[in-house]
Design a protein around this ligand. Sequence first.
Ligand code: SF4
Length: 70
Amino acid sequence: MFDRPCTRDRNLENCTCTYEPCARKGMCCECIQYHWQSKELPACLFPSEVEKTFDRSLSTFIRVWRERGY
Ligand code: SF4
């Protein structure tokens, strides 16, 4: 079994999610699993102005980054 300490505190330093409260903050593994169940992505993958809308859908992710030339 893989033995590695949780890095939640360090992850929290980089978490850009503005949704309060959420018990998954800093728990990136849980965050991804939670959102992907609904074909959504974590807050940190969206530009900040889009993140604030709480629309975490895959279609919005693709649209906004395509509009930015990626
Ligand atoms: S992106 Fe979603 S699951 Fe992750 S911390 Fe924000 S609200 Fe919670």
